[in-house]
Design a protein around this ligand. Structure first.
Ligand SMILES: [Zn+2]
Length: 790
């Protein structure tokens, strides 16, 4: 049954884009609820009135189609949980005349395998598609037409379960709409993996990339090699230390951090995903990122080891699987056979990234292989490695996909490429006829920060705010139509070096995965950041109902301030990524409320204070509270001199940056910081005349990964003549804590109104890095900024 498709795109009451000039759509009735679907459907034509779910509503389908039942049961289960309605499932033959939801196959060539048509009238809701995935996605859209509370897993009180009358015709743009979860850097239990798959389903994402093996662990049971789960799945516990400074497992130490999935677990997750039309792509890394394998099988390396499972970051990764040892390929073939037997999907991911060739260059076996095969270099040896694996996978009925490094040295024809180092590799692969999944770090790496690092949980670095994630275009205009056909789609990746817990994994993926879902699903011309933000407000309510710990970073208040030296005032501007809602703030550090002053534009402060600001919507805080100390140094024309010149690159040797009224940022390398290596440092302030001083505040940076530690103590002395100093106070810092998060620590020295012209500050060196640090004898740095005299 083919139906006429109305190609008018109506969203939020306005026409976004018209693919056809007629008919003119009916204006949206004023009282009809907003239709906020993520990802944005191809066409939405609102009707008038609504369909109400009630005690008499039934869900119908032709029971002869057993496969449809999966979507029917999925929808019924979700609806019953939150509505508490009985919603019996009936055969289409016994369907009542009205008050039903009907799943039905149609024949409509304009809809692809995953497309669907949804029509809600006052009497019934029709979900129609050519294929089962389409019916499943129609059910997902139906859920998003209902109040957000429908996503709760418990019965919700007194909500009107009605949806607006509407006709939606929808079909995805790309076939691969994926998300990756790294379960190696931190292990995530099977229950969370299933929960995550559920989250993907409500976004109409259809691919789950399961990163199962790496240097820090092996997470999949292989029957032939029990050592992989006895040894390779476990590492020494260094969870309290920054990822990049962890010491290796000590001799005799037990490996207690880790875990793995049994093959039964894997089958359970695969079934769960299949019921939600999600294909799992398992990743087994080779030849690099294989330290966990080498811990159990050192003979598969070039050197023979010994090795332990990495406890944290290692770089470069020199110890990789030997490329000239045939027993390595026997091992890999046995492993891949079991993996291929388990996973029904067409693709198997073999990694292939970041293979340092240091050991291959000096390994007799690798060099012999290069000579025998007439290869030009080690790059070509990796290419040969990839080709051998491709041959195995072909034999198992699988296609190989790998990170874009697998293109170096040549690539077998059927292999697909996941482009992570930007989009250029993906474009090149598409031009040479390889299928490509775009997942560049610039837009698709959700282990990167999504907001001001000072307000975010520690992350690996980078910056992919929601708007940037949303702006990604997987099929660049530079590709021809034929080349663009090789762009399978888009994927977001979450590496978990700094992500220890499920709630944190959700925080990093959501709401950014809403952006990925829209990039992968929605027509290019229908993507609109303002429309996305509108719909995201409802999406957040769905996340809340479902208990997804979505980040509110787009609502967080960013503080931009500068010092006006002529007026001797600090100018403060507040903003948020979303620009939605209203910003309210206090200047005494207290948590802002709906009654706090409303931010209307940049304002000036003439004395030091603590600003606290948050975004409010509907009278409630809609994001985290930003707290910032804003200083207005009381004393003008302060001069500074230093006992020794700063040693960090680009530092200003005069020390003026310490008193320039601009505070250095936590993230990255900020040239505002003034740093000294391995020595005490004395900073002398000349206030110009004898002045009563309440307090002196000095900010110090702490970043164990960068060997920057806050000083053990800050001694404060005063003098009237600059010669004879009296120590007034000494601020002590506890010994360096393991806290991996880069922080700024303010040392506050209370001087209680002491009169002085000169203030001498002596910060003591932390000395060598502490014993728990990977480089315990290395010298450390002190980074300071800013000195505030009040
Ligand atoms: Zn070798």
């Amino acid at each position: 049954m083919a139906r006429i498709v109305t190609l008018l795109i109506v969203c939020c009451g306005g026409i976004m884009s018209a693919l056809s000039t007629s008919p003119i759509p009916t204006p949206v009735p004023a009282d009809s609820p907003a239709i906020h679907i993520v990802p944005q459907p191809l066409s939405v034509t609102p009707g008038s009135g609504s369909f109400a779910l009630g005690r008499g509503t039934v869900i119908a389908y032709h029971t002869s189609n057993a496969e449809v039942r999966k979507s029917v049961v999925y929808l019924a289960d979700l609806l019953r949980q939150s509505t508490g309605l009985p919603l019996p499932i009936v055969d289409a033959a016994t369907m009542p005349k009205r008050d039903y939801i009907f799943f039905n196959y149609i024949r409509d060539e304009s809809l692809n395998r995953e497309g669907y048509r949804l029509e809600a009238t006052k009497d019934a809701v029709f979900l129609e598609a050519n294929n089962d995935p389409g019916l499943f996605y129609a059910a997902q859209t139906l859920l998003q037409l209902l109040p957000p509370e429908v996503f709760a897993d418990t019965k919700q009180p007194a909500t009107a379960w009605s949806l607006p009358c509407v006709t939606i015709v929808d079909t995805p743009r790309f076939a691969w709409r994926g998300a990756m979860l790294d379960v190696v850097r931190h292990f995530f239990p099977k229950e969370f993996v299933k929960r995550f798959i559920d989250h993907l389903a409500i976004h109409k994402l259809n691919t789950f990339h399961w990163h199962l093996t790496d240097d820090q662990g092996w997470r999949i049971e292989i029957k032939k090699y029990p050592q992989l789960t006895q040894t390779s799945a476990w590492r020494a516990d260094r969870e309290d230390v920054h990822w990049n400074v962890r010491t290796p497992q000590a001799p005799g130490e037990l490996a207690t951090y880790g875990g793995f999935y049994t093959q039964d677990d894997i089958r359970e997750v695969i079934r769960y995903a299949a019921d939600r039309y999600i294909t799992i792509v398992p990743e087994i890394e080779m030849p690099s990122h294989a330290t966990a394998i080498l811990a159990a099988f050192p003979e598969f390396s070039c050197t023979g080891g010994p090795f332990t499972v990495a406890t944290g970051g290692i770089w470069p990764i020199k110890d990789i699987l030997c490329g000239g040892n045939d027993s390595v390929f026997v091992f890999l073939e046995n492993v891949l056979r079991e993996v291929a037997d388990l996973f029904p999907g067409p693709f198997l991911h073999i990694g292939g990234d970041e293979a340092d060739k240091t050991e291959w260059k000096r390994c007799p076996k690798c060099q012999a292989r290069i000579r025998e095969e007439g290869l030009a270099n080690e790059m070509e040896l990796q290419s040969l490695f990839t080709r051998r694996i491709e041959g195995m996978l072909s034999g198992f009925g699988k296609r190989l996909i790998g990170w874009d490094e697998i293109m170096e040295g040549g690539l077998p024809a059927r292999t697909a490429v996941m482009s992570w180092r930007g989009v250029a590799g993906g474009q090149e692969a598409a031009r040479s006829g390889h299928d490509v999944v775009m997942a560049p770090t610039s837009h698709c790496y959700f282990d990167y920060y999504q907001g001001d690092p000072a307000l975010e949980p520690i992350s690996i670095g980078g910056f992919v705010p929601l708007e940037k994630a949303y702006a990604f275009e997987p099929a660049p205009d530079s590709l021809t139509m034929d080349e663009a056909k090789h762009i399978l789609g888009v994927q977001a990746n979450l590496w978990t070096e700094y992500v220890h817990q499920p709630a944190h994994a959700e925080y990093m993926h959501f709401p950014r995965l809403s952006a990925t879902a829209e990039i992968g699903w929605s027509a290019k011309q229908h993507r609109s950041w303002p429309s996305f933000l509108d719909r995201l407000e409802t999406q957040f309510k769905r996340y809340d109902a479902r208990g997804i710990n979505a980040a509110r970073s787009i609502m967080a208040v960013a503080v931009s301030d500068s010092f006006d030296t002529s007026a001797w005032k600090r100018i403060v501007a507040l903003s948020s990524q979303s620009g939605r809602g209203e910003i309210r703030y206090t200047l005494d550090g207290s948590t802002p409320s709906a009654g706090s002053p409303l931010y209307r534009g940049p304002f000036a402060i003439s004395k030091s204070c603590v600003l606290a600001a948050a975004t409010f919507m509907d009278g409630k805080a809609a994001g985290p509270t930003t707290t910032r100390r804003l200083s207005v140094t009381a004393v003008q024309n302060v001069k500074i001199s230093l006992s020794s010149p700063p040693e960090n690159t680009k530092a200003d040797s005069s020390g003026r940056r310490l008193i320039d009224h601009r505070r250095a940022a936590v993230a990255g390398v900020d040239t505002q910081w003034t740093g000294w290596k391995n020595s005490d440092v004395m900073m002398l302030l000349d206030l110009g005349r004898t002045t009563p001083v309440q307090r002196v505040i000095v900010g110090f940076y702490q970043s164990p990964a960068g060997l920057v530690f806050s000083p053990p103590s800050l001694e404060v002395s005063t003098s009237d003549d600059g010669t004879t100093f009296t120590q007034v106070t000494r601020v002590q810092e506890a010994s360096p804590v393991k806290d991996p998060r880069p922080t700024v620590r303010d040392y506050v020295a209370e001087l209680n109104g002491v009169s002085a012209r000169f203030i001498r500050l002596v910060a003591t060196s932390p000395g060598a890095a502490p014993a728990w640090h990977r480089s315990p004898s290395d010298p450390t740095w002190i980074y300071a900024d800013e000195i505030i005299v009040e």
